[in-house]
Design a protein around this ligand. Sequence first.
Ligand SMILES: [Zn+2]
Length: 473
Amino acid sequence: MYELVMWLETHVRVKSKTKMFCSCKNAVELAGEPNENTCPVCMWFPGMLPVLNEEIVNLAVRAGLAMKCTVNKISNFDRKSYFYPDLPAGYQITQLYHPIVEHGEVKTFVNGELKTFHIHRMHIENDAGKLVHAGSKTLCDYNRAWSPLMEIVTEPDFRSKEDVIAYLEELQKIMRFCWASDADMEKWQLRCDVNISLRKPGETEFRNRVEIKNLNSFASISRAIDTEYKRQAKIYDAGGKIDQETRWWNDEKWVSSPLRSKEDAMDYRYFPEPDLPPLVLTDEYIEARKIDELPIDRRLKYLNEYKLQEDDARILSNEKNISDYFEQIVKLTSDPKKSCSYITTVLLAHFKESDDNVSFDSLKFDIEQLASVINLVNKNELSSTNAKVVIEELFMNWWKTNEIIERLWLKQTNDMWALEEIVKKVIENNSTQVEQYKAWNEKLFWFFVWQAMKESKWAWNPKIFNDLFKKYL
Ligand SMILES: [Zn+2]
């Protein structure tokens, strides 16, 4: 038995409107024609100079703060030189020595246990273009060239594939919460290299690690970790040793193959980028980009403070638009439990059943209308059955809650005299059941409530009948 020790290097595509150093659209997935989004700057024509896009700094600082990192007030760009046809400049602009943010953490649940994974650093850098192999020819598409990336490097805190997946899922949520990226793995907005080493339990030193590249889904990450564990364990069991190397994962064959060893690691001749000044940020700039609550903070609040079920807390904190909607409803109703139930059982169910792609962003009614439904239910002025009718109408019409209640005669009458009359009538008409109830059958209580509801044509709240029967029986 060996202990797995892993750390991750994750590239996240920044969701900025334009590229990192020019004004071309940063629309990697949308770009239609090859080389449509290019200009003399990102094609690196002679004499062109890069100008840093402020929006990328803004989003990277937000993402860094969301990962509880320290934002460096001064960071620098460095030139990483290498030749490849997808890189017209012959170098990448990155941040080797002084990254924009460092030393943070990401908290998340792994199999029900709250864990913390530490962030070593995050820097910003540009992406390269894309090579398309067509028969014996290779074509270059530079739509992606100079589009911005954040590279997030963790500490060696990961001990299982479950740790890795849970961290990456939380990272996706964080990126979406701070608008920095959609972090969709299928669209290559998030990709991850896993560094894997093994050691005997109790060992304190780390052994040589192997970096696995080309992992583009949670499933392939999981398979690659299993496979690499077995490969290294077999070598150690046979008395061999592991060389530090980079391996390429083949997800069709479920095997990895060596890409390069430590010996043939490239010399990138890093040096400070002469075309860009140091990036200097003020305290005010950093302060203004702080995020009040992270997805995990909200999840913990829903569990501990609002006492919601674990599943509900997870659903309501997963996506920013759902979570923001819930937060607003709670502000308007002061009733987290009922707000949760109306969102998860009524709204989300409606979205699921509906054909026309409705979501929180395309609702026809204001949030105040739903809040007022919940408040009326809480004041016993609307039965929960009728509340569902009102919400269905809200989905379909432009009417407001109070208009619907008035037009459809849904208002609950709390005229106690009329209600007492109904209760008395039910008791009078069911004398046999009353005797049975009093003698031995307490379950009949609900029969009386049911009869009264029927008598009142379901317009009144069962809670009121409940109380009245307690009094009269
Ligand atoms: Zn450009």
